[in-house]
Design a protein around this ligand. Structure first.
Ligand code: FAD
Ligand code: EPU
Length: 339
């Protein structure tokens, strides 16, 4: 494994922010990671584990070691007639795993198709889309503890998954390097098409009865292509903010002024309000701040229009948060990891 000096990270983050890392290494196996730890390279806070760079915003040069996780490989183990345990290396491209599972007729993650990034980052924020979250099929993960260099298994309950959240974003943040993830998937499974837009899309595709997991994957992929900018053309990191949870009484107040305000059910006297809608109501859709901007089709997605700096994107995010707070009294929380 080579440690390279002064490397541009532009191609390693989907925002396309042009910053340099003082040091950069690609790690393809667990032993090399353990070697770095043994050599004392991960002792202080000056390291960053990077997967596909699709949920990070660099605000300046990185004055430390960036370790790109490239541990690959997918294994399957039949548990019983209808359950299969699929284990993938943290460096596998998440969408490759989804396609692999669809090809092997293993259901459970088809709704998470086309989410950029690596398998290893999936549990960090419990990736979710179209009514499904990683936690729904998650079995366990293996991770190296940076302080000791030991390999440890985390089972589902220990990960404390929540909406775009896990223990790896809180108490265990930066303390473990995930090296593989195991999912419990179903053979002969019936896809979940309860999320509104999916059945409409299937009808458009001419699939009226009994869609299979591959059909659902294709339907969701098409919706996503229409809704979200492709980072290959426009730098972005997907939703910049989380959708805020508010109490039902607060939502009722908003509805008095905006009878069409959308919402997602959240239970426990809470409602989730789409942050994209809140941001659009504040007039931000399509706005620009230097090289940064708000996407003109989806206000929840901040973009790099060409040569944005991470600071410009962060300033724009701050202005948006202030104005949503002023207008609605709601504090938005960033989903993207600011580095
Ligand atoms: P990175 O951006 O490289 O890293 C994210 C965080 O995880 C960083 O803090 C990093 O240090 C840490 N990390 C990464 N790998 C490891 C590891 N092996 N061990 C320990 N820590 C690690 N997300 C959704 O949930 N749903 C969506 O529908 C969705 N749509 C998106 C659409 C677009 C166009 C884009 C650009 C992003 C979207 N995202 C979505 C966000 C993003 O794809 C996910 O968060 C994804 O899991 C990030 O993976 P990554 O490998 O790129 O992570
Ligand atoms: N909306 C607006 N204006 C906008 C954008 C959205 O009014 O500019 C409204 C839409 O009309 C719709 C609602 O907001 O009524 C929801 O919009 P959308 O279906 O696009 O989904 P979202 O809530 O913005 C969430 C996730 C996405 C995920 C999709 C599909 C979060 C933070 N985002 O987006 O995840 O793909 O649902 O399940 O939960 C990500 O996390 O990076 C991400 C892309």
């Amino acid at each position: 494994m080579k440690i390279l000096k002064n490397i541009s990270l532009k191609q390693y983050n989907t925002f396309g922010i042009d910053v340099n890392a003082a040091e950069y290494a690609e790690v393809a196996d667990v032993e090399s990671l353990k070697g770095l730890i043994k050599a004392g390279r991960l002792k202080d806070a000056h390291y960053l584990i990077l997967g596909g760079g699709s949920n990070v915003l660099f605000t300046g040069d990185y004055d430390g070691l960036v370790i790109r996780n490239m541990i690959v490989g997918i294994r399957m183990k039949e548990v019983d007639d209808s359950n299969v345990l699929v284990t993938a290396g943290a460096g596998v491209v998440w969408d490759d795993l989804v396609h692999y599972c669809i090809e092997h007729d293993l259901g459970g993650i088809e709704n998470l198709i086309s989410i950029p990034g690596s398998v290893g980052a999936g549990p960090i924020q419990n990736i979710g889309a179209y009514g499904v979250e990683l936690k729904d099929t998650f079995h366990s993960l293996d991770a190296i503890e940076i302080a000791t260099g030991e390999l440890r298994t985390f089972y589902k309950e220990e990960c404390e998954f929540g909406y775009r959240d896990s223990i790896f974003k809180r108490g265990k943040k930066g303390k473990f390097i995930i090296v593989s993830v195991s999912l419990l998937l179903k053979s002969k499974s019936k896809p979940d098409i309860s999320y509104g837009a999916i059945s409409e899309e299937l009808i458009k595709m001419g699939i009226l009865d009994g869609p299979v997991i591959g059909d659902v994957g294709k339907a969701i992929s098409s919706i996503r292509q229409r809704k979200l900018p492709d980072p290959e053309n426009i730098g972005n990191a997907g939703s910049f903010f989380k959708n805020p949870l508010i109490v039902v009484e607060k939502y009722a107040e908003i509805r008095e002024q905006y009878p069409d305000a959308p919402s997602y059910k959240a239970g426990g006297g809470m409602v989730k309000v789409p942050a994209g809608w809140l941001i659009e109501q504040c007039g931000w859709k399509g706005n620009r701040h230097g090289g940064a901007g708000v996407h003109d089709m989806q206000a929840l997605v901040l973009i790099n229009t060409g040569n944005a700096s991470g600071k410009e994107v962060l300033e724009l995010a701050g202005q948006i948060m202030d104005s949503v707070n002023d207008r609605f009294g709601i504090s938005l929380e960033m989903e993207v990891n600011v580095i």
